[in-house]
Design a protein around this ligand. Structure first.
Ligand code: ADP
Ligand code: MG
Length: 351
């Protein structure tokens, strides 16, 4: 089942939570909705589910317009961050719930529930109550419950948000395998980019009720559409510079920028990721002079914080551990940083 959202808007009083959102989720894909808190992710997911009605626009499942259909008639499974299980029901009964409501025959319920409990690796725990399970086990029960009705669409709203890092890591891997085995179309909300990048086929970055970018994890990370996406997806150095004649300049550094071939000089924001900067002891072409303020060698990456000698702006650099030990950097010394790669954004595209 493919999901198509066409020009959806949603207003809460005077506040526009979704502003003309259009999106296609291909059949069988796992798509992550990524964005800061308040950007409209949950609202969009609830509209896809039919738990919330849009003020304008349409939602299609394949070719069917389901905009006016209730959540129950859409045959979706959903899991929320705090999906309270029925506390007085054991694991088996929690998973069986949707099937009992739908009056599925007993023998069939038994068969399907046992299969699902096996799938989420909780066999032997059927008689336990939610209070007798760990957080990770409870979320797996919530997932099994969502899957019991054999949804064609699985919607998850920060399902692992309340769990600790190690359990999250395990569950997200496991969700990916489960998604592939069952062959559903899944939409997964998260504010954690690592989570999105690790499990999703496609990532949608949202901000203020709008979609900033939609692409594969790689596209979004390597070719951020605008400064918002670039900033949101990790630490960046931002320099103010200028573009002219196919080149960008800042602080004495010059790099190719063929997207701006014009002779008229314009202001531009130059973005460089910390791992795309190298450090040299000697001044070369296109290098920025910095004073090293702090070094933090942790594991395979050393983080270096410096300040531009000429401009006073902060510069973050990440070096591989070998390169770092080769350089023998000391705090307080002056070195030169050179970018391997930059992105330039002209003000009209910036936010
Ligand atoms: P996200 O999931 O990305 O954090 P939400 O979709 O939950 O964002 O919310 C988007 C914005 O809409 C927020 O500013 C939120 O306060 C507002 N909002 C969400 N639901 C309601 C509601 N039922 N009534 C009023 N405002 C709401
Ligand atoms: Mg939310």
């Amino acid at each position: 089942m493919a999901i198509r959202i066409d020009g959806v808007t949603k207003q809460f009083g005077a506040f526009r939570a979704l502003d003309d959102v259009s999106l296609v989720v291909p059949q069988g894909s796992l798509l992550a909705l990524l964005g800061p808190s308040g950007s409209g992710k949950t609202t969009l997911l609830r509209i896809i589910a039919g738990l919330e009605t849009a003020d304008g626009g349409h939602v299609y499942y394949d070719d069917q317009d389901v905009t006016q259909r209730s959540a129950r008639d859409r045959n979706v499974g959903f899991v929320f961050q705090h999906y309270a299980l029925f506390r007085h029901m054991n694991v088996f009964e929690n998973v069986a719930f949707g099937l009992r409501v739908r009056k599925v025959p007993k023998a069939e319920i038994h068969r399907r529930v046992e299969e699902l409990i096996g799938l989420v690796r909780l066999s032997g725990m059927e008689r336990r109550l939610p209070s007798q399970l760990s957080g990770g086990q409870r979320q797996r029960v919530a997932l099994a419950r969502a899957l019991a009705i054999r949804p064609q669409v699985l919607l998850l709203d920060e399902p692992f948000g309340a769990l600790d890092a190690k359990v999250r890591q395990e569950l997200r891997q496991w969700l990916r395998r489960l998604h592939d085995e069952i062959g559903m179309t899944s939409v997964f909300v998260t504010h954690d980019q690592e989570e999105a990048f690790e499990v999703a086929d496609e990532v949608v970055v949202m901000n203020k009720g709008r979609i900033e970018q939609h692409g594969t994890p790689r596209q979004v990370f390597d070719q951020p559409a605008n400064p918002f996406v670039m900033d949101f997806l990790g630490h960046v150095n931002v320099f103010s510079g200028r573009v002219q004649n196919g080149k960008a300049h800042w602080g004495g550094v010059e790099v190719e920028y063929p997207d701006y071939p014009h002779g008229e000089s314009r202001e531009a924001a130059v973005y460089v990721r910390p791992h795309e900067l190298d450090i040299e002891r000697f001044e070369g072409d296109g290098a920025l002079k910095i004073e090293v303020k702090r070094v933090n060698p942790t594991g395979s990456i050393a983080k270096i914080y410096g300040v531009s000698v000429d401009f006073g702006s902060p510069v973050h650099v990440e070096l591989p551990a070998e390169r770092y030990s080769e350089l023998e950097l000391r705090e307080g010394e002056v070195v030169y940083v050179a970018p391997r790669r930059v992105r330039v954004f002209l003000p009209e595209y910036s936010i």
